[in-house]
Design a protein around this ligand. Structure first.
Ligand code: DQA
Length: 148
């Protein structure tokens, strides 16, 4: 089952960018740990600093993948177009953030995407992604008590 991990602007600098807020590990460092923890999923990772590329990626996988874990970075708070793309596709999207948005500046406390997502996870650093994948794991079809 395919799941897309989609990161938006500036998340390519994780580990170097404001480490007091976002931690000291890059996403590339974390990814193998995530893949090991969830061997049941085929995890594809895509990052872009460009709004249109993020939208194109959502369109590309949004009608075939099992789910999408989306950290839209700053676009979370500004992008109607990205929010529309999340609403347009069929795959469920879980919004994630490393930092606890509720404990930050007021402009970060509003997500334009949130209403179109199945849920939002914020504040658990890189483990926010793990928690999102646990949600998708719980959504897998089960038969006779065994995972299929
Ligand atoms: O780029 C980011 C990262 C972020 O999405 C997070 O993961 O905590 C929070 C956003 O407000 C910020 O613009």
């Amino acid at each position: 089952m395919q799941v897309l991990l989609l990161n938006g602007p500036n998340l390519n600098l994780l580990g170097r960018r404001e480490p007091g807020i976002y931690g000291t590990r890059s996403f590339e460092e974390y990814l193998p740990e995530l893949r090991e923890a969830f061997p049941q999923f085929e995890l594809e990772y895509f990052q872009s600093n460009h709004e249109g590329e993020l939208i194109d990626k959502l369109h590309e996988v949004g009608f075939t993948y099992h789910g999408i874990v989306l950290n839209a970075g700053g676009y979370t708070h500004t992008s109607v177009a990205l929010a529309d793309a999340v609403a347009a596709i069929g795959a469920p999207v879980v919004e994630v953030h490393l930092s606890n948005l509720h404990a930050r500046e007021e402009f970060r406390q509003r997500s334009l995407l949130g209403r179109n997502c199945v849920g939002s996870i914020s504040g658990f650093q890189l483990d926010s992604y793990k928690l999102a994948l646990h949600y998708f794991d719980g959504q897998r079809p089960k038969r006779m008590g065994f995972r299929v």
